[in-house]
Design a protein around this ligand. Sequence first.
Ligand code: SDX
Length: 432
Amino acid sequence: MTKQTAQLTIDGNTFALPICESTTGEKALDIRGLLRDTGCITLDSGYMNTGSCQSQITYLDGEKGILRYRGYEVADLAEHCQFIEVAYLLLTGELPTAIELAQFKNDMTKFALIHEDMIHFFDHFPPKASPMSILSTMVGTLHDFYPEMDLDEDPYGGITTTTARLLSKTRTIAAFSYKKNMGHPLAYPRPDLSYCSNFLYMMFDRPNLPYTIEPVLVSALNKLLILHADHEQNCSTSTVRLVGSAGVRLYPSISAGISALWGPLHGGASAAVMRMLEKIYADGMNYDKYIEMAKDPGNPYRLTGFGHRVYKTYDPRATIIKKTCHEVLSTLKISDPLLDIALELEERVGNDEYFQKRNLYPNVDFYSGIIYRAMGIPTNMFTVMFALGRLPGWISHWQEMNLGKDSSRIGRPRQVYSGIPTRSFVPLGERH
Ligand code: SDX
């Protein structure tokens, strides 16, 4: 906190608001004493201008298209790291040494199985159950099968047992839910495979059709999970922090975050993009029909995969994902008409004044689904993939909140009441 203040005058009285400085990016008006000093609260529907916390995990600049995890450019991490290296960075604040990485890889292997009793749960979901409701339910249930240790009692130090279990078992739950949905026998995790290779193996290996692990897909999956790993105070991360602030343990807090990510305006967008592209394809490439619908103020339709609450320029993640799309499809010699439609749609939107004026560019969800399709992952699992990527970010924020100086403070926003001020009670017989 600096000595610099902002002056606020209300009804002729002037108040000094302290300024909270950042190490980079926006500084903030510290309004923690506002109600006590002025009798006023603030109003900011959707929290577009409100900081909920101070955080050291991720920095993004929406004007310049900057995204850094613990100070490292996300493009460098996506280019040079494996996903679990970046997970380690988010969780501990440092990139792992070779020894630390080897230990973390052992943890992923050690904790890859889920309790056999949990496997029976899959049999009792309805056949058409959403993979996101399965994931949220199963992750919440981990708490009952693996009682969590307090952060300071856990022997692992940097990466706790509780965290390592969650990262590895969530991957297994995702793959097993797919196998169960397909009616295929489960492919149990192998100790000789990396985090991403093991996921693809668990998803697609079959006794009669052994799965061949494609390096280009493993590399693409590492990149996708890294690019989804954190994004500061987005809807689902804020949900994890808010639920955790009530003293809720890690696994149920993450289960709440999974439910928040499910929304079509948030993590559900990648699946919605594919449905939009398929619709344009089925509609004879009638791009203008969908663009005009999205521009019509009377029509709630939006071009999903475009726009962002923070990025008012190209989402830096979309740049890398778009490039990876081309790499994957050309290496595997796949020609996907949906990629051509996506490229043409981006081109037309980019030349349209409506979108230019509102700074609407492709976001992280616009091209990711095309890569997942090339991997063989069904559209209804795209948001599950987003959750697998975002998991280390959610855990890091939950830990930061719990270890921070505000750890005992429950999150509880205020409101501006706009209802009927007061009225006398009317007995049932006198109501008309
Ligand atoms: C993610 O927060 C994060 O960091 C999220 C995320 C993460 O990593 O966690 O980045 C992941 O959620 C990415 C976003 C995925 N969602 C979509 O692709 C859904 C489509 N996008 C929009 O619904 C919208 O852009 C949002 C929800 C992403 C952002 O909405 P905002 O910030 O509330 O913007 P807004 O609704 O105020 O829109 C401003 C204007 C409006 O027009 P006007 O009222 O000014 O005339 O832009 C228009 C909107 O109608 N607009 C769109 C549009 N997005 C915004 N018009 C057409 N198509 C769109 N996609």
